[in-house]
Each structure stands twice: as C-alpha cells, then as structure tokens.
Design a protein around this ligand. Structure first.
Ligand code: GLU
Length: 302
C-alpha cells in the first residue's frame, strides 16, 4: 500500500491577474515550508470562477514559478475541470445545505452586518424553505446556531484562533447565483482529495479557515495544519492585489528573478540580504525559513 507523505503543501493561485509582489509572498512561504519539511509541493489553479479567470494568466503563473526555480510535484490541478467532485461533495451535505432565493440587495438590506471578509451576513431568510414567489439563486450551507458555532484552531504563525460561525460568517454560499461552485467548497474538496496536510497562505484567508474546517467536519475530511503569513500592503494600507494596482512580477533574467525572491523573503521577514544566483537564494532561504518558524513556534509556546 502506498504510504501517505508526511507533508504535502500547495500553492493555489486564482488566475484572475498576474502574480504580483503580494502573491509571491504566499507562494514563497508555501514552497519554503514544503521544502523545509522535505515534503511535496503542489500547484492548483483556482479557476473555479470561470467568469473572472483571465486567459493565459495561469500559464504565465506556471512559467514564472518555473523560472524562479519553484518546481512543483505532480500534475497541476485545474478547478474548472473538477465540477463532478464538487457536486459529489455537495450531495453528501444533505440537510446542511439549502437553496436560497435572496439577492444581494435583500441580504444587504437585512443589515445583519458584514463578515470580516466584507461579505454581508445572511439573515437566514430561506433556511426553512424558499419564500413565496422566490426561486433558487444560490445554494447555502446552514451553520450551527449561536452557542454551538465555535470553531477553534491553532495557526502555526498567527497562534490560536477562535471564530463564531453564526456571528462571523453566517450561512455561506456553496454554489453561486452565476452557477459556479464557491471557493469555500472547492478548496476543501481539493485539499482533501490531493492529500494536502499543510496549508500555507496569506492572512487574508484566515477568516475563511473556520468555514473550511466546518465543511471538512461535515464531509468527514481531515483538517490540515494551517499557517497564514502576513499580507503585503501598499502605502494606503490596502492589501496588494490586481484591484489595488499591484504590478505583475516579470523578471527578465536571473538577477531580476533573485530580486523578486529577495523582495518576497523580506515580506516574510527572512534575514536574507542578497544572493548571487537562484541556487544560492534557495540554499539560504530554506534553513532561514525553518529557523524563523522555530522562533515563531517558541514565541507561541511562551
Ligand atoms: N485562490 C486563492 C487566492 O488566490 C487562494 C486560496 C487558498 O490558498 O486557499 O487568493
């Protein structure tokens, strides 16, 4: 029988725009963590939202990772080809999922407030069935009532996290009104199906993790370890993203490739001043990451 590798990590970019300095930090952290653990590092293209995917972007991302010396293990997985897996997982959820006929405005009007990720908290209008005159728009997951909705986990970087699903997220979408499966469902199904043991990604996804852990529990899937690294912000304090005008990373030669990696390493507070080559960068970066994480683990224990 094949034995399960002790560590499988992944980088899971959405091909909605080219990789920029901010996404490079998450890519580098997940790669270094996998290498420091002598584990596998997978790449998954999160193009589940086909409406937002930009043609050619995924191939450019893969070309860039290769150019930087970040070689992935196994085949690249594309979410847009995995609808049957998401449907099968959804079917398993039974009573926990329900059709919802509310539109954005109706949910916003209920003024239940917004989740930390900015989405409006669903007031539960369709929990007991679609209201008169409503037809299904999306499919939602029923979260437990306040009092039974606490999800806790230990993040390897951020420390202990506690989150109340009812108050901090509300019943969330599994299949969207535009017909695409939602990120929360796809990511849980894929991480489990790919045997991912360790998720290393940007802290902007910290608030999604409790929803993902809840889904894992409902689906009988293991919960991986989590490590969320700080995100890079621009001078206005906004997270670097295509929307906030972050420039694409496009090194033209090895020296520029090393500069890209050194910049990402600075975002992780890795003490690397310079490197003469890609090979030199990686030789220094893997132990530097291991040392940084050991210090962090010690701090979290104190
Ligand atoms: N596709 C997500 C993004 O690009 C990352 C998802 C994840 O790492 O779980 O922001």
């Amino acid at each position: 029988m094949a034995t399960q590798p002790a560590y499988t990590g992944r980088f899971a970019p959405s091909p909605t725009g080219p990789l920029h300095a901010g996404s490079m930090v998450a890519a580098l952290a997940s790669y270094l963590d996998a290498r420091a653990h002598h584990g596998r590092w997978l790449v998954r293209i999160e193009d589940v939202d086909e409406g937002r995917s930009v043609a050619g972007t995924a191939d450019d991302m893969l070309g860039l990772l290769h150019q930087l010396g970040m070689q992935w293990d196994g085949d690249v997985v594309w979410q847009s080809r995995r609808g049957a897996l998401y449907q099968a997982a959804f079917d398993q959820l039974g009573f926990h999922a329900y059709p919802c006929g509310c539109n954005r405005r109706e949910i916003a009007d209920s003024r239940l407030g917004t989740a930390p990720d900015g989405s409006a908290i669903y007031p539960g209008t369709c929990r007991q069935g679609l209201g008169a005159g409503k037809s299904m728009r999306s499919l939602r997951l029923r979260v437990p009532e306040a009092g039974a909705d606490l999800i806790e986990f230990a993040d390897r970087f951020a420390g202990p996290i506690a989150h109340h699903l009812a108050q901090d997220a509300g019943d969330f979408v599994l299949k969207r009104a535009d017909g695409f499966w939602a990120y929360q469902l796809a990511v849980v199904v894929d991480d489990a199906q790919q045997g991912v043991t360790d998720i290393v990604r940007g802290a902007d996804l910290l608030d999604s993790t409790p929803r993902q852990i809840y889904l894992q529990r409902l689906l009988g899937l293991p919960t991986p370890r989590y490590l969320h690294v700080p995100v890079l912000r621009n001078e206005h304090g906004e997270k670097l993203s295509k929307q906030t005008g972050a420039a694409a990373v496009a090194p033209r030669n090895e020296a520029e490739a090393v500069a890209v990696l050194l910049a990402a390493a600075r975002g992780l507070a890795l003490p690397l001043e310079r490197a003469g080559s890609l090979a030199g960068f990686w030789r220094a970066a893997v132990p530097a990451w291991a040392a940084l994480l050991q210090d962090r683990a010690d701090e979290l224990c104190d």
